[in-house]
Design a protein around this ligand. Structure first.
Ligand SMILES: [Zn+2]
Length: 270
């Protein structure tokens, strides 16, 4: 239906999504070179139904947000984390678009505001929205008013870390013991004898985040994916007052374009 709306100006048709014949990527959005008013979406037919749904929604994101910039988009799950900056930015935007489309904010708010969050609740929500558990957890982190941190471990090393906006504002930060970081001693993430902890275990927040006050508590959750040595850690922290701006440039998440503007200004002065 998009071509008949302002979001599809100049486009006559988006073909029904088709399975990719090649294995090189997760999904594609392509303009027909012989008919520029026609676009097509392709997806990896070997992916799970949840992943396919997300991929198609992601390609729709490129269609709406980026089709003026390029004639084709070859999408790989990895390019969100690696790849050159401009690609990473548009890949993240398309991912955000897909999350918002598949997990609408009003429905999400209804679910998370009426119950205590644990991995059982998040897993049920993932099933309801027909998205992967990981996609749901990332959406939850970006959406929740709670202080929350999500870490994805791949073969014993942190691959990515997301923090909720209130976690960023209150400067809740995980101690890094290397680059990439490994799970910290005393945490469930580091305990090889525990595969799953869906109910959460309460502990001192300082075990994870050394800058947290001593009385602060958090609940740590753990989900392991079979034998593939991939682990999701969710931390739900007690609420805290936002900390005042301390002009620390070390905090990657707060190093946004405004910070860059300010720091490049300082360079200019020097
Ligand atoms: Zn993409």
């Amino acid at each position: 239906m998009l071509p008949s709306t302002p979001y599809g100006a100049g486009v006559r048709e988006i073909k029904t999504p088709m399975v990719l014949v090649i294995d090189s990527c997760e999904g594609m959005l392509v303009r027909n070179p012989n008919d520029t008013a026609e676009w097509g979406i392709f997806y990896n037919g070997k992916a799970s139904p949840e992943r396919r749904r997300f991929t198609i929604a992601h390609e729709l994101g490129h269609f709406i947000l980026h089709r003026g910039q390029r004639q084709s988009f070859n999408c790989d799950k990895e390019s969100v984390y690696s790849g050159i900056d401009t690609i990473r930015v548009i890949e993240r935007e398309a991912d955000d678009f897909a999350s918002n489309l598949l997990m609408p904010g009003d429905l999400l708010r209804e679910w998370i505001s009426n119950q205590r969050i644990d991995l059982h609740v998040l897993s049920a929500m993932a099933k309801r929205f027909q998205v992967s558990f990981e996609a749901l957890c990332i959406r939850f982190i970006k959406f929740t008013p709670q202080r929350a941190i999500l870490v994805y471990w791949d073969n014993g090393y942190a691959k990515y870390e997301w923090r909720s906006s209130s976690a960023v504002k209150t400067r809740a930060r995980i101690r890094r013991n290397g680059d990439p970081a490994e799970p910290l001693p005393g945490t469930l993430a580091a305990d090889a004898s525990i595969d799953q902890e869906w109910d959460g275990t309460e502990m001192s927040a300082a075990i994870w985040c050394p800058e947290e006050a001593q009385h602060m508590k958090l609940r740590e959750f753990k989900h392991s994916y079979g034998a593939r040595d991939r682990i999701l850690t969710l931390l739900l922290l007690e609420s805290a007052e936002p900390r005042s701006w301390d002009r620390s440039w070390k905090d990657e998440d707060s190093f946004d374009s405004f910070d860059q503007f300010i720091s490049s200004g300082q360079h200019a002065v020097r």
